[in-house]
Design a protein around this ligand. Structure first.
Ligand code: DSN
Length: 418
């Protein structure tokens, strides 16, 4: 990439960036939370806004010299609101997790009850996992999936809400491949005097492109990171109803963040314009088509697809019919140049470091231009690897095929690499 100064002053570090670029170029990247940042995002993330310290909100800053930052933050907020049809937007959270903390800071008191989806059923660490420090402050109760359909068990969710009367219900997660009935969960939350927060981190690009239904009309708060299907920089955002705007802004600053990462905010502001284009929509439509093609072919080849398919960018695969674990499959695929992550399947008998499944995402490969024919070839490679994860000659020939496939789709076709 264009790291000319770094190349001169720190060849060692420059070498690592080059090495990572080469890794990304030569591998088929299918981690569901990843995407490829375009040149504008790389530029803006490193622009001079990085030099400016500012806290507070436009027109009410704690540091002088924030006039331009004010204009940029206002522009980003307006673009985010327009993109999602939201009444209010806050772009200051440093990440999707920090966005969730911002909402908690806005509406919860220590000891309050929160109802979120189980991590091993597709939720997120910040939605109530005992491993996350939020569980020290709030009383998290978890709902999960119906054992047969592997869809959210809305009846269980409702009865837990009636029993515990949570102040906040959280919908959304990291490994849920299906659509969510936001209206129903909002009704449940409001009927027990609570609020609904939807964490749409994984699907916010698909929502922006109107490829899947939006939680915005139904949820009191919607949180997201920008770097998953939204294909943006690593940062967070929160949308909310106007009635919660003041509380939310206080929950974010001074509640849970301090000085703003203005450089990343500038990249977000660019993104919110770009994500409203036809080009972005057509990429998102293809993301879903590619994920469906992957689920179909893997299913035909003897893998069990959790919930029977996908409505978004995620395919969650149960490997037990193949008699291998998530760890073995992830490692074997890495050897051949396909990057996925091991993932718990619902009610997984294995521990999180082993797992019975993998989670596969279609976003980054779709950005590179892969369509159904290439996805079918990837599924065929995955099938061969699953059959012989320790056979060196199988892995060698799969590696050659994966490299020859991905080499036809440059990661940065229009960017000079030096
Ligand atoms: N939860 C991680 C993931 O989905 O990969 C990142 O937020």
């Amino acid at each position: 990439m264009r790291l000319k100064a770094t190349r001169r002053s720190d060849p060692e570090l420059y070498g690592l960036v080059e090495e990572e670029l080469e890794r990304q170029q030569n591998n088929i990247e299918m981690i569901a939370s990843e995407s490829t940042a375009c040149e504008e995002l790389l530029e803006l993330s490193g622009c001079v806004f990085m030099n400016k310290t500012t806290e507070g909100y436009p027109g009410a800053r704690f540091q002088a010299g924030s006039q331009v930052a004010d204009k940029m933050e206002r522009l980003g907020i307006e673009r985010a609101r327009a993109l999602y049809g939201a009444e209010h937007a806050n772009l200051q959270p440093y990440s999707g997790s920090a966005a969730n903390y911002g909402v908690y800071a806005a509406v919860l008191q220590p000891g309050d009850c929160v109802l979120g989806m189980r991590l091993d059923h597709g939720g997120h660490l910040t939605h109530g996992s005992p491993a996350n420090f939020m569980s020290k402050f709030y009383r998290f109760v978890s709902y999960g999936l119906n054992a047969e359909t592997e869809l959210i068990d809305y009846d269980e969710l409702e009865s837990l809400a009636r029993e515990h009367r949570p102040k906040l219900i959280i919908a959304g997660g990291s490994a849920y491949p299906r659509l969510i009935d936001y209206e129903r969960i909002a009704d449940i939350a409001h009927s027990v005097g609570g609020l609904l927060m939807v964490d749409m981190a994984h699907i916010s690009g698909l929502v922006a492109a109107k490829v899947i239904p939006s939680p915005v009309p139904h949820a009191d708060f919607v949180t997201s990171s920008a770097s998953k299907t939204l294909c943006g920089p690593r940062g967070g955002l929160i949308l909310c109803k106007a009635a919660h705007a003041k509380a939310l802004d206080r929950g974010v600053f001074p509640g849970s963040v301090s000085s703003i990462h203005l450089n990343v905010m500038a990249a977000k502001a660019w993104l919110f314009k770009h994500a409203g284009t036809e080009a972005f929509r057509s990429t998102m439509l293809q993301v879903v088509a590619n994920a469906r093609a992957l689920a179909d072919v893997l299913g035909q080849n003897g893998f069990r697809i959790v919930s029977g398919g996908t409505d978004n960018h995620i395919v969650l695969v149960d490997l037990r019919p193949k008699k291998i674990t998530g760890k073995v499959f992830q490692d074997a695929l890495e050897t051949v140049g396909i990057t996925v992550n091991k993932n718990m399947i619902p009610s997984d008998p294995e521990k999180p470091s082993v797992t019975s499944g993998v989670r596969i995402g279609a976003t980054a490969v779709t950005q590179r231009g892969l369509r159904e024919p290439e996805i079918e070839r990837i599924a065929a490679i995955m099938t061969r690897v699953a059959a012989s994860p320790e056979d060196r000659s199988t892995l060698e020939s799969c590696k050659e095929e994966a490299l020859s496939l991905i080499s036809r789709f440059p990661l940065y076709p229009e960017v000079p690499l030096a």
